[in-house]
Design a protein around this ligand. Structure first.
Ligand SMILES: [Zn+2]
Length: 134
């Protein structure tokens, strides 16, 4: 038996369509969105609120969008991680595709590329009750 895996390509637009299909469960929609938009390093940085908007559905009576709240978005991302469709560390601001599924131009070296969200500078300063904590 050969040790090499057959290689196929999938269109981002196909994954994008699957992510928008309201008949799919939300955890699958979020995974499909990650596969549609991931960068060569497997990260999918998203602007604040973009994931909630992407997971919105139309109210059948009013035709207005129904946008899931933060807790629902958190649970949906956790569900996709628990089912193995996303890597641990994924959040509403960056969805991470498993390295066993996808890598971009540059092969596994691309995995070392910085992510604008995950690798952003952070501080250890915490704010408690309106005061800066040391
Ligand atoms: Zn990231």
């Amino acid at each position: 038996m050969s040790n090499t895996q057959p290689f196929t390509m999938h269109t981002r637009s196909g994954w994008e369509l699957l992510s928008a299909a309201e008949s799919n469960p939300l955890w699958l929609r979020v995974a499909c969105l990650a596969y549609a938009r991931c960068q060569p390093n497997g990260h999918t940085p998203l602007p604040r609120g973009a994931l909630a908007l992407a997971l919105s559905s139309k109210d059948p009576d009013t035709e207005l969008p129904v946008i899931p709240n933060r807790r629902t978005v958190y649970d949906v991302v956790r569900g996709a991680i628990d089912k193995g469709w996303l890597r641990p560390g994924s959040s509403s601001r960056c969805l991470r595709v498993p390295v066993t599924v996808s890598y971009g131009k540059g092969g596994h070296r691309a995995m070392n590329m910085a992510c604008p969200w995950c690798d952003r500078p952070t501080t250890n300063v915490r704010v408690q009750h309106g005061r800066m904590a040391s």
